[in-house]
Design a protein around this ligand. Sequence first.
Ligand code: ZN
Length: 499
Amino acid sequence: MASDTYEKFIQHVRELNTARAIAELLDWDQETYMPPCAAEQRGQQMALISGLAHEKLTSDEMGNLVVQLDEAGAADDPTVATNVRELRREYDRAVKIPTTLVQEIAQTTSRARQTWLKARQEANFAHFAPQLARLLDLKRQVADLVGWDAERYDALIDEFEPQTRAAPVQELFDRLKAELVPLVAALQDAPRQPDTTLLERECPAGRQAAFNRRISAAMGFDFEAGRIDVSAHPFCISAGPLDVRITTRYNERYLPGALFGTMHETGHGLYEQGFDPQHTGTPMASSVSLGIHESQSRTWENLVGRSRPFWEHFFPALQAEFPTLADVALDDWYFAINVVRPSFIRVEADEVTYGLHIMLRFDLERQMVAGQLAVDDIPDAWNTRFREYLGITPPNDAEGCLQDIHWSMGIFGYFLTYQLGNLYAAQFFQAARRGLPDLDEQLRRGELAPLREWLRENIHVHGKRYRAHELVHEVTGAELSHKPYIDYLHAKYKPLYGV
Ligand code: ZN
């Protein structure tokens, strides 16, 4: 393969990703510091930069380079092979969808979002139904243009979790559901229950920010290559491994919100900071998939942040920062932050019930995309499943099928990545324990660096080199399974609740 062809190709790829990084920064600014009057101008700036990125990706020049390199055969150098494979994938997907369809989806989603907001406010699904039906129809067209083998939904999932198919996910989720439903019921009926009122004691936002910053620093977040700011909805964006921005929000009467939210976003941020800076602007410095990204945030938020060893070290520091917690025993704190309670809203769900919220959405989406579930029947289907999985019935559609923004944005095939993230996280963590036999002792001493380095070496530095299923095999020596996650939940929650 001519190396000057590859050089030219990489230059194009870096320009494409530079445009995308600018879009990320514009987006970050919009959510954090942008004055309200700048909104319209920001819209124009975003449209211009996204348009430039799309032109760059779908240009004849990029097409020629990517096809030429791809047809020269797989390169021996894994960096070259990865970059060519991933751009071929992106290019093919982008050129298959005509601009007119992209525009129609953009227009429909902008209307649908307004309609959804109003429908949610009024708890009136019927108001949103026609727009949702239209979006589903447009996304089915996208799936057909992109192409699929077993079922249409696969083509939509592929955008977020490449090479993951609905049928095997369904099998995995079914096995998981068979374990989770009785576990949730058993914990509900347990005579021991945590006192969660201690989580509502007053904790000033300024002190929360200082404490959370210390935790992020202990996790290894590099403040010379990243920032933490405040936004209405927490997120993590990256303009490359040397510029990673995370956000959080503070509630003075609910400490765990910002605390675990910051640990979650820091987990995402460590993944982004863990790429090799020499690969900035290429797939070798990009995440494998949304599910793998989520595995990194869940590892720190739940497997570390909601573990007893972690708090054996950090609880005295927390009490020193917040005198209102001075009389709380470590075990009461540990029980309270691990409360399991069926609730209606996904984003507020605990780590045991969370998966059931996702499985319900996955079931419905799969049927909606296949045309087996009519849009008008969604509220009934939602509520029936909710009762079946979680034992409670949403009082209205605002707290049921209208709660998430995703469908109003035409996003189908995204939810499952959240739960895959939990499964990947548990399986990776099992492997980390084999690699770090003293992990619990290290956490007890507040030493978080060994785990971070393990994640960096085994997962982060590879960028997109492996697909998700390959990475799981590479790191854990096995296929993705529901077992490590279920074993983790049983080992933790049964003794806690005494069942
Ligand atoms: Zn996340």
